[in-house]
Ligand binder design. Structure first.
Ligand SMILES: Nc1ncnc2c1ncn2[C@@H]1O[C@H](COP(=O)(O)OP(=O)(O)O)[C@@H](O)[C@H]1O
Ligand SMILES: [Mg+2]
Length: 488
């Protein structure tokens, strides 16, 4: 009982530990998914930023190139007055106007140093308005502009300064891109670490699961073993008690037989002597009666009859208590008498087929008592018309069967209070034999007893004593009667 409780508590504990491990594993998996998802989103964003930074870089380069081109075309036009310069000049300006919008996006302000960006833009605007002024003055044919352009170095210096700023912006973009690349690297590392951690967590969960499963298996095995041990102990206890009960039953049956024999002796010796003495006295009285005392003679006659009835009753009781015919006339004759008397008493038709058998007195008494009890039962319960008692002789055993065509019964559902059949079975089995009860509602009853002889008897008794024939055989046999043999 105790082991059962501790086993179930071990199992409960293992189960809750397993549940905890699984919950932790599930949480790890969830955390991993979240980390992975967020790094993935951030990485996508960073890649987008890098892409935009690259575009911004291209824009700065294109702006610088366009401004340079516009400046050189403006210079060409100013020096030569050739209007063919004006077309690429205008194109370059349009290009600048288009590209310049990009620099006003929040992307650009987050990427670049604000002051550099502002001065780049304002320089560009200044340069453009200055070029527009020069071009307009050239169109108005004012020669001092040409002179100024030819002689001064201002344009070149301005452009060099502008290029320096553009380089500065480009390098800022490079730095920005570099930073994003590093972040990307970091994100990749996080992702990788997350993956490794996830795999490790899965391994740990799997390992824990295995451990718990094994622990549970062990616990259930231990539980099983404890149960088996308990069952074995109970079984051996049952066996031992059964043996003791069987011994007790044998002893009681023997005691009953001894008591009956004692009673029979007493009745025979004491009551028999008394009744015989009384009969002698009556005979003596009769001989001395005067011839005219007819009334007294009548009374004495009646007394003699009563005494005779008493003697007959005494004989019957003695015979019932201890069948003296068994030792005097043998089993077959005793059974014949038993059956005839039963037939006379009950008015039923009893058919006998009795082969002479050679058995020891104990086996003979067993068979006699068996037939006696079977006939009593038939008289009490069977409502039969025909009865057949058969005794057969075999090499190693004798077989007796009592068959009736009565109402039958279910041998597996005997009432608790009935001991006749149980005692019959016990007596037969204690002598090394076996008893079969074949009956069913509406199909009569046949009770067959097999009693071993001589050597076989000693061997069977040995087997019975060592417990080979357990009480279970009673239930086993009675629950499965061979059908339709009762009338056979
Ligand atoms: N030949 C029979 N026909 C019908 N029923 C029987 C017969 N023999 C026994 N029984 C049934 O089996 C029961 C048990 O019989 P038994 O063990 O001799 O106990 P008891 O005679 O003390 O009642 C009886 O109560 C009866 O119902
Ligand atoms: Mg009975």
């Amino acid at each position: 009982m105790h082991s059962q409780i501790s086993d179930s508590s071990i199992r409960r504990r293992s189960l809750s530990a397993l549940r905890l491990a699984l919950i932790i594993a599930a949480l790890c998996a969830l955390a991993m998914v979240l980390v992975n998802e967020s790094t993935h989103m951030r990485a996508t964003q960073v890649l987008q930023e890098v892409e935009q930074a690259n575009q911004m870089r291209t824009t700065i380069s294109s702006l610088t190139r366009a401004l340079t081109e516009a400046e050189s075309n403006q210079r060409g036009y100013t020096l030569t007055g050739d209007r063919r310069y004006l077309e690429p000049y205008d194109n370059a300006l349009n290009e600048i106007v288009r590209l310049r919008k990009t620099l006003e996006t929040p992307q650009a302000t987050s990427m670049f140093n604000l002051s550099t960006l502002l001065s780049f833009r304002s320089f560009m605007s200044e340069k453009m308005s200055e070029m527009a002024l020069t071009v307009r003055m050239r169109e108005d044919n004012r020669p001092e502009v040409v002179d100024f352009v030819v002689t001064s170095n201002v344009g070149l210096e301005q452009m060099a300064a502008f290029r320096a700023q553009s380089d500065e912006l480009l390098s800022q973009a490079d730095t920005y891109i570099q930073e994003r690349r590093q972040e990307l690297q970091r994100l990749l590392n996080v992702s990788r670490l997350g993956l490794v951690a996830g795999v490790l967590a899965a391994f740990v969960a799997f390992f824990l699961h295995l451990k718990q499963t094994r622990a549970m298996q062990r616990a259930s095995e231990a539980h099983q073993n404890a149960l088996e041990a308990e069952r074995d102990a109970l079984e051996s206890q049952v066996r031992e008690r059964t043996t003791r009960l069987a011994e007790l039953a044998t002893h009681l049956q023997q005691a009953v037989e001894d008591e009956r024999a004692h009673l029979a002796r007493e009745l025979h010796d004491e009551l028999g002597a008394l009744l015989t003495a009384a009969k002698l006295d009556v005979a003596r009285l009769k001989s001395r009666l005067p011839p005219d005392a007819t009334d007294l003679a009548e009374r004495l006659k009646h007394l003699t009859e009563t005494l005779n009835q008493g003697i007959a009753l005494k004989r019957r009781i003695i015979e019932d208590l201890r069948p003296s015919s068994l030792s005097n006339l043998g089993l077959v004759a005793s059974l014949e008498i038993l059956c005839r008397e039963f037939a006379d008493r009950s008015g039923l038709h009893v058919q006998t087929a009795l082969e002479p058998v050679e058995l020891d007195s104990a086996a003979e008494l067993t068979i006699y008592r068996m037939v006696q009890e079977a006939l009593t039962n038939i008289g009490k319960y069977a409502e039969a018309k025909n009865i057949r008692v058969v005794l057969k002789n075999y090499v190693y055993h004798a077989e007796v069967s009592i068959t009736d065509d009565g109402r039958g019964f279910d041998p597996s559902a005997l009432p608790q209070s009935s001991h006749g059949l149980v005692g019959m079975r016990h007596r037969v089995e204690a002598g090394g034999g076996r008893l079969d009860i074949n009956s069913g509602a509406g199909r009569g009853t046949r009770i067959t007893g097999t009693v071993p002889r001589g050597q076989a008897r000693a061997q069977s008794q040995l087997a019975t004593a060592s417990g080979a024939m357990s009480v279970n055989s009673y239930a086993r046999e009675t629950t499965s009667p061979t059908p339709d043999t009762a009338h056979g």
